[in-house]
Design a protein around this ligand. Structure first.
Ligand SMILES: NC(=O)c1ccc[n+]([C@@H]2O[C@H](COP(=O)([O-])OP(=O)(O)OC[C@H]3O[C@@H](n4cnc5c(N)ncnc54)[C@H](OP(=O)(O)O)[C@@H]3O)[C@@H](O)[C@H]2O)c1
Length: 269
């Protein structure tokens, strides 16, 4: 396997490494950096990998890499790229996961052609993620070789328009947090009505698994129709949601996230 470097081994960087290890990539093929060297011990223990360093080693870490993953926050991208720009060779491929940072922005700084936008969610750590992939220069064959090696088991979605990556950021990048928000409220109510924590969690997790199985077979509104019988408990809940405009609020929630991504893009200097 080619060597991969993760610049920014935070939540997502760690998930990428876990996915790679789950899929049989050897530890020796992976190295990574973080900013704060005080965290190194914990991250090395968590991943069971020694080759994690602080940011002063960014240039050294990328030296022999085929794939350089940028997993820093969007507003750290410029500083990070300026640090490594003279050390990226034309044969190396740069892969950015940063929300709202487009390929042209990166290309203008590093003056390199091989750039990929990747939008995974943290489910990749368990081989159950969703990964959006776009490049205007790297060929599909190379994209699929890389993604199948690192993210087998996750759903890989190749898009031919960079804007789709921003939409995927909201739906699949942020999505698990939005769904978990509702799951957490169900959990709190389950405890309030007297379930034990473990039973409550089991019920909710199983119900979400049921829902995703139903999604594979039925349209969303068909599922609602089949469950919400007239005058019943589901319908009472749905009526309350609609009366209180939760449907509109939910759509505006997604708008807010999407606008935030556009604002990140506009705010980059
Ligand atoms: N989290 C997600 O679910 C998710 C999903 C899709 C996309 N993304 C994107 O992925 C990126 C990372 O998000 P995150 O949630 O993983 O953030 P995070 O947990 O804060 O991780 C960012 C990492 O970057 C490190 N860092 C900062 N400056 C650095 C430098 N100059 N050199 C090396 N490392 C540096 C930080 O080090 P310290 O830990 O020492 O501060 C931290 O480990 C963001 O651009 C985000 O838009 C995240």
């Amino acid at each position: 396997m080619s060597i991969i470097s993760i610049i920014g081994c935070g939540n997502l960087g760690k998930a990428i490494i876990k996915s790679a290890l789950n899929n049989g990539v050897k530890k020796e093929c992976i190295n990574a950096t973080i900013f704060n060297k005080n965290k190194l011990g914990n991250i090395r223990n968590d991943l069971n990998i020694k080759s994690i360093y602080d940011y002063t080693q960014n240039r050294r870490v990328i030296k022999n890499s085929n794939y350089i993953f940028l997993c820093v926050k969007p507003f750290d991208i410029k500083r990070t790229l300026l640090d490594i720009k003279g050390h990226i060779s034309p044969n190396q491929t740069v892969i950015s996961t940063a929300a709202g940072v487009d390929i042209n922005y990166i290309r203008n700084i590093i003056n390199r052609k091989n750039i990929i936008r990747l939008m995974p969610n943290i489910g990749i750590a368990y081989n159950k993620g969703v990964v959006g992939v776009y490049s205007d220069n790297v060929k599909h064959k190379q994209l699929s070789l890389l993604c199948n090696k690192l993210f087998r088991g996750s759903k890989i979605i190749y898009v031919d328009n960079e804007k789709s990556i921003d939409i995927m950021t909201v739906l699949s990048g942020c999505g698990p947090a939005f769904i978990s928000f509702f799951a957490e409220k169900m959990y709190q109510q389950g405890l309030k009505y007297g379930l034990s924590k473990s039973v409550c969690r089991e019920i909710i997790t199983s119900t979400l698994i049921t829902s995703s199985s139903l999604f594979n077979n039925l349209k969303y509104d068909e599922i609602i129709y089949q469950i919400a019988s007239k005058g019943g408990a589901t319908q009472a809940g749905l009526d309350f949601l609609i009366k209180n405009k939760v449907d509109e609020i939910y759509m505006r929630t997604l708008d807010n996230s999407y606008n935030r991504i556009n604002n990140i893009n506009k705010g980059l200097d």
